[in-house]
Design a protein around this ligand. Structure first.
Ligand code: EPU
Length: 419
């Protein structure tokens, strides 16, 4: 199994460019199913989750040409209505179901997997309820879900829990439906608006994406076109936190700082100095960082996907921070590994830890339980004295492109060892 070896104690310097947003790439690829024409996607990150998502699409009959960060997809005829086996491993595979059903009248899919960060297998009750309100029959047969509808019809659905992929999936299911669909209490992440803007430019009639109420008037056809993936706001925030935690001066380019407004507001309060432009962010090497209590929240609140890196930063702050993870109940379990490295962390319950900083960290052998905990461990390894070894780096490769090469280029001592 491959692992990362990190020699801690080096300051980072220079510039790192942010890649395209993983959590948009994983939605725009299934969106290709909505059209028989070619879609050209640019700024596509070369990460494991994207490779798996493209493999699911290829299995459905798509022809895919990939050249660096550009990918051309065409799916004139869909071969089947079953999602391939790997859908089971990827949470975002559920996004395929709406477009697949809209084109073929049915969809078979396994319970989608992904990072083990929420209760048991992460639930899909909202998707199933939403499908039913659009006139879709939902059954479970031999361990697979089966969706069926000769024609999807417009309806109204209120999300009792705000869901990112739920919003995206129902929005895409409704695009080719008959009549109007109204979705209420939707997620408002920038990736959702970007997806809707693209679909609108190709003939869809979606109003309100990026606000809690989205109205979709069904259309007959979606054309092909060009789509540039927006910068990954979680990578942006992760690199910013990495610079702050390691006391480094770092320029983060090709990003959109307005998508991490909350983190930058917190930086001002805790003494992390930065400058920002429209598409860059520069973090300055500073003195002591003050503690801060965070509570994860749907966008534009503090993203759960930045909670793990921020918790590492809190180990270096001067005082007590309370980290309250409201979205997932397993995302704080990795803090046990930070404690093994020397951090002073008390877990109050699955949703809250108290971090008492600053503490020196010492290199240890760790296993990455999920993508964001994995990158947090890399940050901890960069701060720690000695060598940190991180196993199960498949989890990190799922979402961060060539992270070792990119971090080495800014001065980190990190090696990938393939075993
Ligand atoms: N939920 C339900 N029932 C459902 C769907 C969701 O109870 O049917 C609950 C979840 O268990 C969770 C909450 O609703 O407690 C919010 O989950 P959401 O559906 O918004 O999460 P998601 O769409 O599965 C996306 C990102 C996650 C990110 C969350 C929250 C993708 C592919 N994934 O997940 O990203 O943490 O939104 O912002 O877009 C990551 O990139 O590491 C990652 C996990």
């Amino acid at each position: 199994m491959a692992k990362y070896l990190i020699e801690g104690g080096s300051r980072l310097h220079g510039e790192i460019r942010v890649k395209g947003a993983k959590n948009l790439a994983l939605k725009i690829i299934p969106a290709a199913l909505l059209s028989t024409e070619t879609i050209t996607i640019t700024n596509l990150p070369d990460i494991e989750d994207v490779r798996q998502t493209l493999a699911i699409l290829a299995d459905l009959g798509a022809s895919i040409e990939r050249d660096g960060e550009t990918c051309r997809i065409r799916i004139e005829k869909i071969k089947k209505s079953h999602l391939a086996e790997q859908a089971h491993k990827l949470r975002a595979s559920i996004v395929f179901t709406g477009p697949l059903l809209a084109r073929t009248g049915e969809a078979y899919f396994p319970h989608p997997g992904g990072c083990v960060i929420g209760a048991g297998t992460r639930p899909i009750d909202l998707f199933l309820e939403g499908f039913r309100t659009l006139g879709i029959e939902v059954n479970e047969e031999s361990g697979l879900y089966h969706l069926k509808a000769d024609k999807v019809r417009g309806g109204e659905y209120f999300f009792t829990t705000i869901s990112v992929t739920g919003t995206e999936t129902l929005m895409m299911t409704a695009v080719l439906a008959s009549g109007r669909t109204t979705l209420k209490n939707c997620a408002v992440e920038p990736e959702i608006k970007a997806l809707a803007d693209y679909l609108n430019s190709q003939g869809a009639k979606i109003k309100g994406a990026g606000t809690p109420t989205i109205e979709i008037d069904g259309v007959e056809k979606i054309s092909g076109g060009k789509f540039e993936i927006i910068p990954d706001r979680i990578e942006t925030g992760t690199f910013a936190i990495m610079a702050a935690a390691t006391g480094s001066e770092l320029t983060i380019s090709g990003c959109n700082p307005s998508h991490i407004e909350i983190l930058l507001c917190i930086f001002k309060k805790i003494g992390v100095k930065f400058e920002r432009g429209d598409d860059w962010l520069k973090i300055f090497a500073g003195g002591k960082v003050r503690p801060y209590n965070i509570k994860t929240h749907e966008y534009p609140g503090f993203p759960t996907d930045l909670q793990s890196p921020f918790t590492v930063l809190a180990t270096q702050a001067d005082g007590i921070s309370i980290i309250h993870e409201t979205i997932y109940d397993r995302r704080l379990l990795f803090t046990d590994m930070l404690a093994q490295m020397g951090a002073d962390i008390i877990m109050c319950d699955p949703h809250r830890v108290v971090v008492n900083g600053p503490t020196k960290l010492a290199g240890k052998r760790l296993t990455s339980p999920d993508l964001r905990a994995g990158i947090a461990m890399i940050i901890a390894g960069l701060i720690a004295e000695g060598t940190t070894e991180i196993d199960n780096i498949y989890q990190i490769d799922r979402g961060y492109e060539k992270i070792d090469e990119r971090l080495r280029a800014i001065g980190a001592k990190i090696q990938r060892v393939d075993g």
